[in-house]
Structure formats: structure tokens, C-alpha cells
Design a protein around this ligand. Structure first.
Ligand code: ADP
Ligand code: MG
Length: 322
């Protein structure tokens, strides 16, 4: 049974690449790292009911399990190539495996990412994906390079995924218009789009970069710590979708944008003189980008409200343990 499941995964995710010398089927994969490139690797685990709501469709779980990992490569400025998949399933359920593989493959294919191996075990539903990508030597983006005076930017809009999670937990009593806004927010939760093209475009431009998985404040805090700087954010500048602003009041929308997790947008810093170039580079690849603040001396993130007073918040986004 397990063999058939693995066969099914292999068929549904097939992606020929010359640099995969040996893929799924042997004791280990053999991969050829292109000459003159550095290998960038990351792994993330999704646990049922923790990292996605119980009852999430298998196709969405497959997409998201890969997306959150590709987002880590995007934040490093890396181009993805290969993945490993460790799947723990309560039972050998071919319907789950087919849906999962379809979602995984739908995201993998446009990036020519090959699934080269993994492991399949029985237990409470949990998925680990490890991704491997390349970056030119010394050009990986890190959390550590932000300098006082740099500008702070984010891609896309903030808070949609957290609002989507909130919306999922509310009883359904929407008209068609509100239902379509809800669906947009829920899709932002279930089908995050990793900002790979933006990350690659930021190589040699951004001084620091992180992907927003735990919330803007929490993740910007990591840039502060790694770079030894502070950051001042203007609440009025935070990019928020019209769906978020239509369905939620200002207080909730601001909370989601500052502390909500799961957006998988990039947050990065650039020297002020590079702002115009970065904006035009990202707009050329169809990626929205917004300046939200500035790097200052200090060691943490401060948020200035529309009345110019500093916001006090002890909710710095949720940090998960595992
Ligand atoms: P072994 O006992 O040598 O670890 P497995 O039966 O676990 O072998 O795996 C057989 C082959 O199938 C290996 O090449 C492994 O990488 C691959 N594989 C197992 N599970 C998965 C999975 N969930 N996704 C992709 N490849 C898998
Ligand atoms: Mg194994």
C-alpha cells in the first residue's frame, strides 16, 4: 500500500531535471549542484490543526506545505530546484495523497521544482518539506545587513491570511459580495504565493530580508536582532487589501496587519538611494511593494499611529514553539 502511495506521489509530481541524477526510488537521491552556485536549504513542518485548520482540503495542504518552504528560499534570494517530502498520515488514504500531490505539483511545476525523495510513515497528520535552491556565491539575502537610515519595505498586502483564519471560524451569514471577500482572504491563508521572483530581484539590492510567517512585528523583530538596529513603522503606510478593509474595522485590520501570521510576503530593507530602482524592478515583475518605515538606532520595532503617537502593543505576533 505504501509503495503504491509513493508511486502515486511520484507520478503526480513528476518534473524532469538534468541535475537530478537519481530521484525517487533509490535509497537516497543524487543531485548535481550547478558549478559556481551556492546551495540554500530549508525545512518546515505543518501539523494538522496547528499550522492549518483541521478540515483544510488536501489540495490546499499540498500547496501550502511547499509554499511556506519556497517562501524561505524567496527570503534568501534563492532559486528553487529540489524538494524532499516527509509525509505522516493517519492511514494510507489515496484520496488525500492525490489531492495533496495535485496542490504540491501545481505550485512546483511553474518553478520546475523536482520532488526527489522523502519518507512516508503512519501517525497523526503532519508534513515536512525540505527545499533546496541556488544562489550566486555570497549573494544570499540575510536578516543581518540592515543599516541605520535604510528604508523598510514589504511586498503585497498584510493581514489577509490572519483575517482569513478569523473568517473561517465565524458562522456563515454573508451576502454574495461579503462571501467573495471572505473567499479572497481564505485563499490568502490556504494558498500563499511565495515571492520567489521578488526575492531573486532583491539580490544585490536589499540589505536584509525576511519572509512574514509569524506576523510583521515578530518577523521585523528578527531583522532588528540580527542586524543590531531598531525599526520605526508608520501604521498609516501598511498596505492592506480592500477585502480586509471592507470586512473588518480599522482596529482589527491594523491588528491583523501588524501581528497576523501566514502572509508569506517579504519584508526587506534597502538604502534610501535604491528605493526608486527597487520599486521599478518589482513593479516590472508584477509585485506590489510599499515603503512602511525606516531603520533607526535601537534594538526593536516601534509603530507610529496616525495621530503620530507611538502605539503600545504587547502582542508581537505569535511565536510558535515548533
Ligand atoms: P527506505 O526504506 O530506503 O527509506 P522508502 O520506502 O522510505 O525507502 O522510500 C522509497 C523511495 O521512495 C525513496 O527513494 C524515498 O526517497 C521515496 N519516498 C518515500 N516516501 C516519499 C514521499 N512521501 N515523497 C517522495 N518520495 C518518497
Ligand atoms: Mg524511508
Amino acid at each position: 500500500m505504501e509503495f503504491r502511495l509513493i508511486e502515486r506521489i511520484r507520478e503526480l509530481t513528476a518534473q524532469p531535471r538534468d541535475d537530478v541524477r537519481i530521484g525517487i526510488g533509490d535509497d537516497a537521491a543524487v543531485l548535481a549542484v550547478p558549478q559556481g552556485q551556492e546551495l540554500v536549504v530549508a525545512i518546515d513542518t505543518l501539523v494538522d490543526g496547528v499550522h492549518f485548520p483541521r478540515g483544510t482540503a488536501p489540495v490546499d495542504i499540498g500547496w501550502k506545505a511547499l509554499a511556506v518552504n519556497l517562501s524561505d528560499l524567496a527570503a534568501m534570494g534563492a532559486t528553487p530546484a529540489w524538494a524532499l517530502l516527509a509525509l505522516t498520515l493517519p492511514d494510507a488514504d489515496p484520496v488525500f495523497v492525490d489531492g495533496f500531490s495535485e496542490g504540491f505539483s501545481r505550485l512546483a511545476q511553474p518553478h520546475r521544482l523536482a520532488l526527489v525523495g522523502g519518507d512516508t510513515t503512519r501517525g497523526p497528520l503532519s508534513i515536512s518539506v525540505a527545499v533546496h535552491g541556488f544562489v550566486p556565491p555570497g549573494q544570499a539575502l540575510t536578516r543581518a545587513g540592515a543599516r541605520v537610515g535604510d528604508l523598510v519595505l514589504v511586498t503585497g498586502t498584510l493581514g489577509d491570511a490572519a483575517a482569513g483564519l478569523h473568517a473561517l471560524q465565524q458562522p456563515l451569514r454573508d451576502d454574495d459580495h461579503r462571501a467573495s471577500l471572505r473567499d479572497f482572504l481564505i485563499a490568502r491563508l490556504n494558498r500563499p504565493v511565495p515571492r520567489l521572483a521578488a526575492g531573486a530581484a532583491l539580490r544585490g539590492q536589499a540589505t536584509a530580508c525576511i519572509d512574514i510567517s509569524d506576523g510583521l512585528l515578530a518577523d521585523l523583530g528578527h531583522i532588528c536582532t540580527a542586524s543590531g538596529v531598531g525599526v520605526d513603522i508608520e501604521a498609516a503606510l501598511l498596505p492592506r487589501s480592500s477585502a480586509l478593509l471592507d470586512l473588518y474595522d480599522e482596529t482589527s485590520a491594523l491588528h491583523f496587519a501588524l501581528s497576523g501570521g501566514d502572509d508569506y510576503e517579504l519584508c526587506f530593507t534597502v538604502p534610501a538611494q535604491r528605493l526608486a530602482e527597487v520599486q521599478s524592478d518589482l513593479s516590472r515583475i508584477g509585485c506590489g511593494v510599499t515603503k512602511i518605515g525606516r531603520v533607526v538606532e535601537g534594538d526593536s520595532v516601534r509603530v507610529r499611529g496616525t495621530d503620530n503617537a507611538w502605539l503600545t502593543t504587547n502582542d508581537r505576533g505569535w511565536e510558535h514553539f515548533a
